[in-house]
Design a binder for this molecule. Sequence first.
Ligand code: COA
Length: 211
Amino acid sequence: MPANTPEQAETPALEHRSVPGLRLVRLDRNTPQVELLREVVSCHRVVPDQRRFVDEAVHTLPRADADPDRFPYAIVLNEGDLTDRARALDACAGFGIIDRVGHLRELVDAPETAVLLRAFYVTPEHQGRGIGRASCSAPLIDLLVAQVAPQAQHLILCLDDGNDQGERTYRAAGFTPTGRRHDAGERGWQSVFSRPLNTGSHPVPRLPEPR
Ligand SMILES: CC(C)(COP(=O)(O)OP(=O)(O)OC[C@H]1O[C@@H](n2cnc3c(N)ncnc32)[C@H](O)[C@@H]1OP(=O)(O)O)[C@@H](O)C(=O)NCCC(=O)NCCS
């Protein structure tokens, strides 16, 4: 990758302290590292038992690419640049999407002040090491939201009934139930969770528009 690309400039600010090397890399960009990561997330598979809670990136990434309000990202665990597929396969620990619109209108009273976290997962081999909690805590995801929706004050998500691991993760990351329930059709009922975003007190890297 050439030196001083926007991707490299973004990396140090997005690293998480409690999980060394953890960073979120936006996939709506056109760099060699992003190209590798897009290929790798498309190979992710969650365990069958968790498939009822989330669709893998192979399904959700194309839908995000087609929607200018959805911002897909890879959860990456490495200290250096990703330049080859083998390292990218090892380092890419999960995926998620920030959605500025989605079905927020059905979930909160002031959708214009919120963003939705969706399609979020940590791959089975990386689970249970604090990556899930750290990657949806401040400062990592707050900095990402600051780039794509600086006006947002709340991060919202829908949690399927029975997803105990998800609930523990989100509560540990500062989310609380809003008391609202969402009917997700065939998937059943979900609880709406929210946490305040801390986007204002961090410097927001100035990045070119990705699209
Ligand atoms: C939910 C998910 C993202 C958590 O990722 P993770 O990296 O394993 O989470 P962490 O290691 O940060 O653990 C977070 C909490 O979950 C707890 N946890 C870990 N494994 C667990 C398990 N099998 N059952 C219950 N809780 C569990 C941890 O102890 C921790 O709680 P604590 O802070 O109180 O100790 C991951 O399990 C996943 O991708 N699940 C499938 C997809 C999914 O459910 N996505 C959410 C859709 S809304």
